[in-house]
Design a protein around this ligand. Sequence first.
Ligand code: FES
Length: 154
Amino acid sequence: MSQRKGSDGNVRPSYHRLTVKEVREETAEARSFVLVPERFVSPDDPASRPTADDSTSAPNALVENFRITLDGEDHTVPIAAGETLLQAALAAGIDAPYSCTEGHCGTCMSWLRNGDVSMTSTQALSKRDIERGWVLACQSRPSSPAPIWLDFDI
Ligand code: FES
């Protein structure tokens, strides 16, 4: 692959028609790369937190707090109406795992040991996951007054 260095010192590709030999070399070079999964974490965006008049959130606080098990420790986390379990956990200073916060990646996948939640998106879960009690904390909001226990250690 032809490359050139940009003014910032980073290597940038030069676009030109490749020969068959160059394609073979590129392919061989590409096979030598190892993909390493990376966990992306974004800082909590205060603008993304639901407000009291958020029309997509639950109108009433069904539970005032819930239990989280993470890294061998149990926490009692206060939760406001409309908040997801992940938002409440992060607001309480708990280092719960997450990445996309949109239900796509599954990083926040956890087991609902007790309680009822509704999820806006379940894209990262299979039907079987859901049947077994797995939830996405970033998409889960309390849906009954039953005490919630969310376990990240399973
Ligand atoms: S953070 Fe990606 S699915 Fe919840």
